[in-house]
Design a protein around this ligand. Sequence first.
Ligand SMILES: [Zn+2]
Length: 406
Amino acid sequence: MTLAKKARHGNILSINAKVARNINRAIILNSIRERQPISRAKISELTKLNKSTVSSIVASLIAEDLIIEEPDHNRGVGRNPINLRVKRGKHYVGAIYFDSTKTELAVIDMDGTIISSTEIKTEMGNPSGFVSLCIEKLNAMRGQFHPHHFRGIGVTVAGIVDAAQSKVVYAPNLGWQDLDLGQVVRQHAPNIEMVTVENDAKASALAELLLGTHRVNPNNVVFLSVGAGIGAGIVVDNHILSGGSHAAGEFGHMTIVEGGEQCTCGNQGCWEVYASDRATIRRYAAGKNLHQDQSANISLANIIEFAKHGDTVAREALTKSAQYIGLGIANIIRSFDPEVIIIGGTITQAWNVIYPEIMETVNKRGFFGKQRNTAILPTSLTANPPLLGAAALSIRKIFTDYRIAL
Ligand SMILES: [Zn+2]
């Protein structure tokens, strides 16, 4: 073998060894996060990695301050095994969710715990000035708890995002188009190593898988985000589907009523015109004969509250939206045959009202007479999914060691 060939061969081996170690590192770190507290022996048993690999990687994770050891005092007499946990209070990430009317900001720990959060009115005209304000606020919030920089800042946007380039392709409700949002954030946060930008529904899917408690199989899951509009994160074989023009999952604009009502996108009869929060509010206002200025102050949360207190118009507004949600879900099931569809958004707070309607509509559209077995669940996330999604963008990178590209 010539020297050149030897060198090349050696290089490939060392790259492969690094990749393999990085994959094992992510597997071990994730098993600690999911099952903590957990012993090295248990990790070895669960992951099928040999004990020396587990010990070596655990030692480096402790050296990186990502995990801690703690004695297991619950094991009675004899030798106390040492358990491992994700280290809290050390690695904070900044999360920003830009929505059309409000922007949410949070300081979030590596295990998904919200340390501090706030919301401000979204200013659309001057993205750089507004991002600067958001970073300033985030840093002030973090400074109350933690002296060090954020490990990363994750940003989610209600719009079409090219995540690989950190660019907003089109966010009509924010008035942003072809905006290099990642670059704008980096300008105002030059010390941050990781800046990640993603569509809100896609990042919500990531948050559900990374920080949620449903323990679903990430081979085929759809996270459906129902808010002012409707979008989805489609997870296939452990990957969030991006699409050829970064617009996979924009189900809100699939036609559900031919020649139906006008949508903001320019088409007619789009799903979100019938099933979004705005549709529910509009239906309620029509049922109560409210003027536009009266209905402007009513939120979906109000309508859910009214329905709980026996307001039949409020309840009907919710059940009608739920039927339309079910109609769209039946189409999604045809497209992707997901094992699970997880729904996020304020409307899930009325789950006992909407779930039976959704299921009835879905079941009416049985496939060749076969009973569907797609599970439909409300999000298990305890905070707004797109905000946790923004955090999950950075947390995922910490867990998979962003310094080594796979
Ligand atoms: Zn539309």
